[in-house]
Design a protein around this ligand. Structure first.
Ligand code: FMN
Ligand code: FE2
Ligand code: FE2
Length: 398
């Protein structure tokens, strides 16, 4: 495979990895992926992003169709994750004069990736420009798409946006490197990529996208999957749709999610939900073992308040509740508040374990938690009502 001309003096020199089936442990890649790198041949020569280690031969031979690596002046590092930074040490070995540009938050990342104090690195911020002689790069900070270090780069004269992992897809085209309008497989791959990788940072994605859409864009050149020159803003506009907060209610929304074998925790959950329903809030009560995963993710993401109830089984939280809690890091949870409760027989660790987990993923949790031994008594139910009212107040505190 050879390099691909993207615009005047701009070439795709990336690599294809069509057989990859899992990316970053968690992400299925049924269509493989690509690691895109771009070579810009101004008076000064620049590369935007490198590729994963292991693909260096393919990468270097594509670059060498246009220039010797020793002749490249700059490397723009939009993101320091190894799928884009893995070959930087090799580039530096061939060309120690290569100067790197990255976002300011990326500086410590790059230091810890390269472990080489002799490398020239400059931190840049939104609006900073790099003159290549006849061509100009402009940078945009885009933190948390999907690491704190990420930024976008824009080639001003050709109106090309390099958003790195933004608007990307894990899809390795059989031939060519361009998006074909109406390609539903790529459309789905772009959604799946957003859903797996970007969704926890939805507010950040939205902000960066709104900012980038201010620019005229004739090519969107991400670092995975096809380059879009026919509908360059397609996936940027999709990100505006996907990041929109799905309002399920005009009032504050509280989700009461429970697991229960003999109805004891369920009884507490019902009392909590019934008490909350008397206030000006919307309450959704559901059994975690009987609710589909995608519905749970949407509910958890839309909720302002999250109340989790689980019995203790063998000193543990039951599996469907763990599986539900583990959905939280896959969606945007900023600003949410939680509470935990459960029925138990003797040791009763589950509510405390849920509380610790929630706190460790930076969700504020209401205290005290609520525990009731075996079948909830009248007194336990009154405590559940007090717990519910306490949580409502906790939710009002800013
Ligand atoms: C298989 C099993 C294991 C249990 N292990 C514990 C335990 O380790 N600690 C504890 O406090 N209760 C334990 N229990 C008791 C339950 O927590 C208790 O029966 C609780 O009321 C069940 O609530 P539920 O009806 O909402 O499921 C266990 C119950 C079962 C069925
Ligand atoms: Fe990444
Ligand atoms: Fe990536």
């Amino acid at each position: 495979v050879r390099s691909v001309e993207v615009a005047g003096n701009l070439f795709w020199v990336g690599v294809k990895d069509p057989d990859l089936r899992v990316f970053d442990i968690n992400v299925k890649t049924d269509y493989g992926t690509t690691y895109n790198s771009y070579l810009i041949m101004g008076e000064k020569k620049a590369l935007v992003d490198a590729v994963k280690f292991g693909f260096q031969d393919d990468f270097l031979s594509k670059i060498e169709e246009h220039t010797a690596v020793e002749e490249i002046d700059y490397l723009i590092v939009n993101h320091t994750e190894p799928d884009h930074s893995g070959c930087i040490p090799l580039l530096l070995k061939k060309n120690p004069k290569l100067k790197l540009f990255c976002s300011k938050p990326a500086l410590p990342f790059l230091k810890n990736v390269l472990n080489d104090a002799s490398v020239q690195i400059e931190g840049v911020k939104t609006g900073d420009r790099l003159d290549l002689g006849g061509l100009t790069l402009e940078f945009q900070s885009a933190p948390f798409l999907h690491w704190p270090d990420t930024m976008f780069t824009y080639l001003v004269e050709e109106k090309v946006l390099f958003p790195c992992d933004g608007y990307a897809s894990h899809f390795s085209p059989h031939d060519g490197m361009f998006y074909r309008p109406g390609d539903q497989v790529v459309d789905h791959a772009a959604w799946y990529y957003y859903d797996c990788i970007m969704r926890p940072y939805a507010p950040h994605c939205r902000k960066a996208t709104e900012e980038a859409l201010q620019k005229e864009i004739s090519v969107c050149a991400p670092s995975h999957g096809p380059i879009n020159n026919s509908e360059p803003k397609r996936f940027m506009q999709k990100y505006l749709e996907w990041t929109e907060v799905k309002k399920l209610s005009d009032k504050k929304l509280i989700v009461v999610a429970y697991a229960s074998s003999y109805g004891n925790t369920q009884r507490l959950a019902e009392e909590i939900a019934a008490t909350m329903q008397k206030a000006e809030v919307d309450v959704r009560l559901f059994d975690v073992a009987a609710t589909p995963e995608s519905e749970k993710r949407d509910l958890l993401e839309a909720a302002d308040g999250l109340v989790f109830g689980a019995p203790t089984f063998v000193n543990d939280i039951v599996k469907p509740m763990w599986e539900t809690l583990l959905l939280l890091p896959t969606v945007s949870t900023s600003g949410k508040r939680a509470a935990t409760f459960g029925s138990y027989g003797w040791s009763g660790q589950a509510p405390g374990m849920m509380q610790s987990f929630l706190q460790s993923i930076k969700i504020k949790v209401y205290e005290p938690l609520l525990k009731a031994r075996l079948v909830p008594s009248e007194e336990d139910l009154q405590e559940a009502a007090t717990f519910a009212r306490g949580f409502l107040e906790f939710l009002q505190e800013n």
